[in-house]
Design a protein around this ligand. Structure first.
Ligand code: PRT
Ligand code: ZN
Length: 282
């Protein structure tokens, strides 16, 4: 069968997490910083290390079969690719931000104003959708300094913590796009190797969202505790040597983890042990 190719970022914010995800999928490869291609020893796959901006087009044009890239880059390169899996890392928002002292207060106030950005295509679409006529100034980097230099009244840039905006005297004004890393492929592609890889990615993501929990409780509390724990099917309950005590094994979603733990304690759970899960195969 033909060897698959996956394109990931060579260096930058998505590199480490992309490599980690592939390794967690059981793929063995050298993460050569200096080379452009790495061959996976135990799966028919080659990894191409590229600038993130090139990844969507490489996938669209068939040079790579798969890619891992931020949604913001996909939107800006205007490619037609399939979203295979949202990966949950590299989360950020493309925001319009304005100087803290700005007199812009409503969306309409952006009419006739200059907005500096490295995302002219996404911004243009957004402004057309909102019926705003602003002047888009495309610059390739350090967008946050544009208002201070008198180049624009606002900016449209990626924000994660908001620290960069703050330290440049700017504040978030409007959300244009929420973004995260996406596993992309070509549309209408039916390749069993891609499906195999997708299943592995899903099992790693599922495991990341959950924790394995073991707790002890008196038998009389088991029903109340079971009611709090859906598990994958239902929790496993094992008797302890001490009479009238049991151990309950289950998985808990990362999302409402602390809420659930507190509810379990109130319901009589003791000695709660929490462990990471490597993979969940359904
Ligand atoms: O070299 P290459 O072209 O491959 O990389 P790059 O320099 O273009 O991109 P890189 O590595 O900076 O980011 C890769 C991807 O990470 C982006 O396309 C986003 O999908 C995602 N990502 C997540 C971010 C951020 N968070 C982020 N905070 N990309 C950039 N930023 C920048 C932002 O532009 C701003 O300058 O970080 C600054 C703001 O951060 P905060 O935390 O101060 O708000
Ligand atoms: Zn880039």
């Amino acid at each position: 069968m033909k060897t698959l190719k996956i394109a990931i970022q060579k260096s930058g914010r998505l590199n480490e997490k992309s490599v980690e995800l592939l390794k967690n999928c059981g793929l063995t490869f050298e993460n050569y910083k200096s080379s452009l291609i790495s061959t996976v020893a135990n799966f028919p796959l080659e990894i191409l290390f590229l600038r993130d901006d090139d990844i969507p087009e490489y996938v669209q044009d068939g040079i790579a079969d798969l890619g891992i890239v931020g949604e913001n880059v996909i939107g800006e390169t205007q490619v037609d690719v399939a979203y295979i899996e949202r990966l949950g890392f590299g989360k950020c928002s493309l925001k319009i931000a304005i100087p803290i002292q700005s007199d812009i207060t409503t969306l309409e106030d952006l009419n006739g104003k200059a907005i500096a950005t490295s995302y002219p295509i996404i911004l243009k679409k957004y402004l057309i959708e909102k019926n705003i006529n602003a002047d888009i100034r495309t610059i390739s980097g350090s967008v946050e300094i544009a208002p201070g230099l008198g180049l624009s009244h606002a900016i449209c840039d990626l924000v994660s913590t908001g620290g960069t905006l703050k330290s440049n005297g700017l504040k978030p004004f409007l959300d244009v796009l929420h973004s995260e890393a996406i596993l992309i492929g070509r549309k209408n592609e039916e390749n069993p190797l891609i499906q195999e890889l997708q299943q592995r990615v899903q099992s790693v993501l599922r495991a990341k969202e959950t924790k394995y929990v073991v707790l002890n409780c008196e038998s009389k509390h088991v029903e109340a505790i079971k009611a709090l724990l859906p598990g994958i099917k239902s929790p496993t309950v094992v008797p302890l040597l001490e009479n009238e005590w049991v151990a309950v094994h289950t998985v808990i979603s990362e999302k409402d983890f602390w809420k659930k733990i507190n509810q379990l304690k109130l319901a009589g759970a003791q000695g709660i042990v929490v462990m990471p899960i490597e993979k969940i195969i359904l």
